[in-house]
Design a binder for this molecule. Structure first.
Ligand code: CMP
Length: 139
């Protein structure tokens, strides 16, 4: 089915000027960028976005990192977009990511791992609504 998923290009990647290279990976995989904006999250906003991880030991570090510089939030659309995006990203930990994936090529560590992608249809819906209004989604 045609799906939409929420993607974030993280501060480690925007800092190294990798937005275009990462977007090319999405587009080469058949994902269409139907919404996109570059924003700088406050710690409160980053903390809210990642609230499901609030009890994890890395939560504070994750929030500080996500608020440390600009991010590019985007909506990717395509056939099986949620799973396809996860394939293109590669494993969360770049040490375990397959050749050719974004995280294998660009991620610095499990924390500074260049991209985020929704993990399921329900979270995709919530995460898209966190950043975008319906008017901003241009199929
Ligand atoms: P993401 O897909 O954005 O979802 C939660 C994030 O937490 C994950 O990517 C990682 O960047 C981060 N994360 C997971 N495990 C660790 C860890 N051990 N240390 C720091 N950050 C982590």
């Amino acid at each position: 089915a045609i799906e939409r998923t929420l993607s974030i290009i993280k501060p480690d990647a925007t800092k190294r000027n990798l937005t275009g290279k990462i977007n090319a990976k999405f587009e080469d995989a058949g994902l269409r960028i139907v919404a996109q904006k570059r924003i700088w999250l406050s710690p409160a906003q980053a903390g809210q976005f990642y609230i499901v991880h609030k009890d994890r030991p890395f939560y504070g570090e994750l929030v500080d990192f996500m608020a440390s510089g600009p991010v590019v939030v985007q909506v990717l659309e395509g056939e099986n977009a949620i799973a396809k995006n996860r394939e293109v990203m590669g494993a969360t930990n770049p040490a375990q990511a397959d050749e050719g994936t974004i995280r294998k090529e660009f991620a610095l560590s499990v924390g500074e791992n260049s991209v985020h992608g929704s993990d399921a249809p329900e979270t995709a819906k919530e995460e898209i609504a966190f950043y975008f209004s319906g008017l901003e989604l241009v199929g």
